[in-house]
Design a binder for this molecule. Structure first.
Ligand code: KG4
Ligand code: ZN
Length: 382
């Protein structure tokens, strides 16, 4: 446990003085990253990530071909307090210099979420600090404001191993979901394609590297749901199409060559890029119909690391006169700085502390949108 210091001077800046400097501790443990961070918002509106510690669990899950919830929860419970200690030390901040604790309270793998919520409650109870429960997806969705000070409303495309959705972000607590995947998330599809082609996990980077050596036109792969209106997407059939193409090659010649593999990766990546750019174009049209004063598209999630996808999204945005924002990757993927920041944003709106906070495995950001199907390898898609 971090050393608990008495709160020497409760800075009392949480109610009323909305433009005081705010320093929040963030805690994230909803999937397979154990993370803690300290973020400060200065009175003039500038934000500083004072520290952001992320401990991945890839090694622990490697033998199982996916995240094992029980192993993830145990690792979070064992590592989180050390992670918080390191985040405070790296930021040069003690508990008594914090203004509040923000913790991911869903959606995600429930055992992991509970580990974070219990630790955060312990810190809040022993220090008297206010405690804010944060929706993990809101953390991703508000990151472009932490990194680039983006003005509301903006369109966000969240593309990771567990999530894929378009959201119009109108305020810290106001999200309108335009559509998302009805089955696998794109990162999940990259991971599965890597697995069936004998490439390591996580699959995104090796599939991208192979694709650079391949011919995207050799295999004709489907572009699911492009023939249907709206912004919903599907990536599961695309992965199955890669599997069938691989099996056809094996049946024909007894195996696949390195060039076959590169061509399959290139074809798969091009299909994902086509689906994402077409659907992004549609989502941007819906968003632009609201006449936003500073039109912008932001991406978040690990798949945003893919250079071809980024370039495709940038082209679509530029064609519609929309600014394109991609936060640095370490803040695009799961981290706790985004949770601390979402806490600051919620607090500034006057959304208060929750002593009776509970962990929620499912928690859609836009409760008026239809629920997502499936729960995916990394927990509920929300
Ligand atoms: O956001 P993230 O770190 O974790 C969650 O899923 O929440 O995203 C990880 C996902 C993995 O599925 C990984 O394969 C994918 O992002 N990814 C990529 C690339 N780098 C990571 N997918 C495509 N191209 C990449 N370069
Ligand atoms: Zn995430």
């Amino acid at each position: 446990m971090p050393k608990v210091l008495p709160r020497q001077a409760f800075r009392g800046n949480l109610v009323g003085a909305m433009d005081a400097t705010l320093t929040f501790l963030g805690i994230e443990s909803s999937c397979d990253d154990t993370a803690a961070a300290v973020v400060r918002r200065l009175a003039d509106g500038r934000a500083e990530v004072l520290s952001s510690e992320v401990e991945g669990q890839a090694v622990l899950h490697a033998a199982f071909g996916g995240v094992v919830p029980e192993i993830a929860a145990r690792a979070h419970a064992e590592r989180l307090d050390h992670c918080v200690e390191r985040a405070l030390a790296a930021a040069g901040v003690t508990l008594d210099q914090l203004d509040a604790v923000a913790v991911t309270s869903g959606p995600g793998l429930i055992g992991g979420v509970l580990s974070g919520v219990m630790l955060a409650k312990g810190i809040a109870a022993s220090t008297g600090l206010p405690l804010l429960g944060i929706n993990h997806l809101a953390g991703h969705a508000l990151t472009p404001r932490l990194t680039d000070g983006l003005a509301f409303p903006y369109l966000l495309l969240l593309v990771s191993g567990g999530h894929c959705q378009f959201l119009i972000v109108r305020g810290p607590d106001s999200f309108h979901r335009l559509g998302g995947t009805i089955d696998d998330a794109p990162g999940e599809a990259f991971d599965k394609v890597a697995k069936l082609l004998g490439l390591p996990q996580p699959g995104g980077p090796p599939v991208e590297a192979e694709a650079a050596k391949g011919d995207a036109r050799r295999f004709v792969l489907p572009r699911p749901l492009l023939d249907r209106p709206g912004c919903d997407m599907s990536f599961s059939g695309l992965k199955t199409a890669v599997l069938r193409a691989r099996d056809a090659l094996v049946a024909e010649k007894g195996g696949i060559t390195l060039q076959d593999r590169a061509d399959l990766c290139a074809g798969f990546q091009a299909a994902v890029a086509d689906v994402l750019s077409e659907k992004t174009g549609r989502a941007l049209e819906v968003y632009l119909a609201e006449a936003p004063p500073e039109p912008s598209l932001a991406v978040a999630g690990g798949v945003a690391a893919n250079a071809m996808l980024r370039a495709a999204l940038e082209t679509v945005s530029a064609g519609l006169g929309v600014a394109f924002v991609a936060p640095p990757l370490r803040l695009c993927t799961d981290n706790a700085a985004m949770i601390a920041w979402a806490g600051i944003e919620r607090h500034r709106m006057g959304l208060g502390s929750e002593a009776d906070l509970t962990a929620r495995p499912r928690w859609p950001l836009d409760s008026s949108a239809a629920p997502m199907i499936g729960s995916g390898k990394k927990g509920a898609k929300a």
